[in-house]
Design a protein around this ligand. Structure first.
Ligand code: SF4
Length: 212
């Protein structure tokens, strides 16, 4: 089966399994999502959602984060891990939002990538979820599943993003990313993939090699 046909079959199967798949970070405003996505680095979305429940009540605007003391912000996000780096980046990111973008979250990849702490993953989450623009979101689940399924050979997120962009229709880029997250959590876990109950087993290189 050609790679593109395989990707199409995987997309259709997962779309049937997870019609409700969506970004699982809680947010109300574009700024909330920008911050939540930064906090989600090396942390689960569930943990981030616990932390942001109070955080988003306390910090409502870019000005609020920019004016906060670094020590206080660090304490407020501590349980998401890597809190010193994250706090510094969030503060600097919000200062740039105020000075360059009038306190608003920009809507292009180019502009988002100029913000401290914002990489392509965060930018694609914001672009697809807030601005309805196409974007492949390469997180740990997307990386693991894309490699197991044989849709990419790379471990480099930028190359994985490019490989998936070639295989998946543009209007499904974000959905496909969400499907992989849902399937990664429910079936294809990192340590113990449940291949015996997996609906996309027929398309999976990892499972085929295991059976050989
Ligand atoms: S067959 Fe196994 S390794 Fe392949 S996607 Fe399914 S659970 Fe993951």
């Amino acid at each position: 089966m050609r790679k593109k046909e395989k990707a199409k079959a995987i997309l259709e199967t997962l779309a049937g399994l997870y019609p409700e798949a969506h970004c699982s970070l809680d947010f109300e405003t574009p700024l909330d999502l920008l911050i939540a996505t930064q906090l989600a680095a090396q942390c689960t979305d569930a943990r981030v959602n616990i932390v942001t429940k109070d955080l988003f009540k306390k910090y409502r605007t870019a000005e609020d984060y920019a004016a906060a003391s670094l020590e206080e912000l660090e304490q407020d996000i501590k349980s998401t891990g890597f809190f010193r780096n994250k706090a510094r980046n969030i503060k600097e990111c919000c200062i740039r939002l105020i000075t360059v973008y009038g306190g608003k979250v920009p809507d292009t990849m180019e502009d988002l990538l100029t913000l401290p702490g914002v990489g392509r993953k965060t930018a694609n989450v914001v672009l697809s979820t807030i601005f309805n623009k196409p974007g492949v979101i390469v997180d740990t689940h997307c990386t693991r599943l894309s490699r197991r399924l044989g849709l990419t050979k790379s471990e480099n997120p930028e190359i994985i993003e490019r490989d998936l962009m070639k295989l998946i229709p543009e209007d499904q880029w974000a959905n496909f990313s969400h499907y992989l997250v849902f399937h990664g959590r429910e079936v294809c876990q990192a340590r113990k993939p449940r291949c015996g109950s997996c609906s996309i087993l027929p398309y999976c290189d990892f499972a085929r090699k295991k059976l050989e």
